[in-house]
Design a protein around this ligand. Sequence first.
Ligand code: ZN
Length: 166
Amino acid sequence: MKQKVLEQFKQSGIIFTKAELAAIDYADFGLNNFEEEGLSLIVYVNNQDYCAKEMILLPHQTCPEHKHPRIGKRAGKRETFRCRKGLVYLYVEGVEDIIDSIIPQTNNEFYTCRKQIVLRPGEQYTIAPDTKHWFQAGCEGAVISEFSTQSLDEYDIFTNPKIAGH
Ligand code: ZN
C-alpha cells in the first residue's frame, strides 16, 4: 500500500526531495483500515502562522469526518483544498445533496455531512473553521494541495469516537 502511495506522489507532477518522500505521513487515524479510511501527506511547512502540504488519496480512499475547533483565543484551522490531479468529493455541513461517492462501509455512521463539493484539477474550496468535513478521491485517486492556518492535529475532533486526533 505504501508503495502505491509513493508511486502516486512520484507521478503527481510535483517535485519532492528524497527526504520528503522518506518522511511521508501515512495516516490511518488508528483505524487499521488504511485503504478505505486513510490519507498520506507531505508537509512543507507548519508554523503558528501558516501551513502548506500535499495530500494523496488512493482510489476511493477517504479522510474521516472531522472539524478543527477554536483553541482558546485562536480561531480553528481554516483550510483551502486545491485539487491537482484526479477527482475529490468533499463534504461539509449544510444542505444535503445526493452524494456521488461511496461512504466507507466499516464506519459509515460517522459520515454525517452531505453537502457535496466536487473538485477537479485546478479547482479549490475553502473550509471555514469549526466546520465538519470529510473527503474522498474518485476512482483514480487524487492529489490535493492544502493551504491553511497552523495544523494542530491533536486538537482535531473526529465524528468517529475511535479516532482521537493523530
Ligand atoms: Zn480538515
